[in-house]
Design a protein. Structure first.
Length: 68
């Protein structure tokens, strides 16, 4: 393995690559929107549930009754 290959190997981090891909997807989506996204919309775009740290989306869970 050449020194250049060794250096590039140090930069390979699957979790980091996944995070970069998520951020780039969010940037693309945001650049095509004329308004700001809500935290819930960001979570949806990133494919996560409840990632904003609050339980405001808990009523959206499968089988939940939003009326209480």
């Amino acid at each position: 393995m050449t020194p250049a290959e060794e250096r590039s190997g140090d930069l390979l981090d699957v979790a980091l690559a996944d995070e970069i891909e998520l951020v780039s997807d969010l940037v693309v989506a945001a650049s095509s929107s004329p308004r700001h996204f809500t935290p819930e919309e960001v979570d949806e775009l990133l494919g996560v549930q409840g990632g904003s740290g609050d339980d405001s989306g808990a009523a959206d869970d499968e089988g939940a009754d939003p009326a209480g």
